[in-house]
Design a protein around this ligand. Structure first.
Ligand code: X2X
Length: 357
């Protein structure tokens, strides 16, 4: 008997040494989101937390902090708080992290992705391809692991002054943008007066007329924040796209067991499919509508342009020549930023996009 106990003790000791000690799991993980829960973006974070709690049997709990709560409203600080662990997870916009991770400006090169025959497929190919991997690797080196992509969407221009059909129409117009240098450069090149402002203050600024216009995606931001109540005109120019990233602090990621890492990736994949469909519904070829219908998750508005027109918004749809005028004005910005982002990464993105059949 004593021998058996000794043997068992030895087995326990050896096994204990062989298995590296995993850091204890937290009772609750914090997830940062810049916008409100009811937006297509916010819903994608909520879905992830819900799926994870359910599939882990309550073992992994993520609390989502909406509307920039974890960064005191300062959206361009979010990358820092995920790196330093003040937030464990985030569902973040590429724009908000671009001041610290230059590679993320790739998606904001003016008219880079929207000039493709099928911009949504081109974007999907980038995220799943070489350029997406290069970006994820760059972020990992800085302390953050990307678990999957989401989507804020193609960004459209709204204003309360006049329809913008050509760059001259926005001469000196005060346009609110995120505090990201590439955006300031684009609007300066177009002759506008870009004003850097956190999203948390932007809606009040629209209301008070402190700024004349702004740019944001339709389903994720313009609709839920009722931007149409302040701006009558929308220019449908798709000039840049803003993907979202489901991401986690590197140390937190490493603290999960391999089985739980797999589970986390599964939850991200499911939540991201739902989230991307919400951001694209009524704007793609019908694929997102069909998917949301199949999972019984169709949102209230499935024809966003028709809906906005019904609310009195005037939509400017640019023809190819009109787009060309905007492309030409922003070409110097494109060229300058292409070198800042890295010629290799831009080339990889071009190859990814060219692979779309
Ligand atoms: O601030 C914005 O414009 C928003 C909500 O789209 C982002 O967080 C990038």
């Amino acid at each position: 008997m004593r021998k058996l106990v000794a043997l068992l003790t030895l087995v326990v000791l050896v096994c204990g040494l062989a298995v590296p000690a995993l850091a204890a799991y937290k009772d609750e993980y914090k997830m940062s989101v810049n916008v409100a829960a009811q937006s297509a973006w916010g819903k994608g974070a909520g879905k992830f937390a819900e799926l994870l709690a359910e599939k882990s049997g309550g073992k992994i709990n993520v609390k989502v902090y909406y509307s920039a709560q974890l960064m005191a409203g300062k959206q361009t600080s979010e990358f820092m708080i995920v790196r330093n662990g003040a937030a464990d997870f985030a569902l973040s916009s590429t724009i908000n992290w671009s001041p610290q991770a230059t590679e993320l400006n790739l998606f904001a090169l003016p008219f880079f992705i929207s000039s493709q025959p099928n911009p949504y497929k081109a974007l999907d190919a980038m995220e799943a391809g070489k350029s997406g991997k290069m970006i994820a690797d760059a972020l990992e080196k800085k302390g953050v692991t990307v678990l999957g992509w989401g989507e804020n969407g193609f960004r459209e221009l709204t204003n309360g002054i006049r329809p913008i059909v050509k760059p001259e129409d926005m001469a000196s117009m005060k346009i609110r943008v995120v505090g990201s240098p590439l955006y300031l450069d684009i609007f300066k090149a177009l002759g506008a007066n870009p004003i850097n402002m956190n999203w948390g203050e932007a809606v009040t600024a629209f209301q008070q007329g402190v700024v004349d216009g702004q740019e944001n995606p339709i389903n994720s931001v313009i609709l839920p924040y009722k931007v149409n109540e302040f701006h009558k005109y929308l220019t449908d120019w798709h000039y840049v796209v803003d993907p979202l990233m489901y991401a986690v602090n590197n140390n937190i990621w490493k603290s999960f067991s391999p089985e739980d890492q797999k589970l986390l990736l599964e939850c991200v994949a499911e939540a991201s499919k739902y989230q991307i469909a919400l951001s694209r519904v009524g704007l793609d070829d019908g694929e997102s509508y069909e998917y949301l219908k199949s999972i019984n998750e169709l949102p209230e508005v499935t024809e966003p342009y028709k809906h906005l027109e019904g609310l009195g918004m005037e939509i400017v749809r640019l023809n190819a020549d009109q787009v060309k005028a905007f492309v030409e004005k922003t070409q110097p910005v494109f060229d300058a930023w292409k070198s800042k982002i890295g010629e290799d990464l831009v080339k990889a993105a071009e190859e990814d996009m060219a692979s779309v059949k």
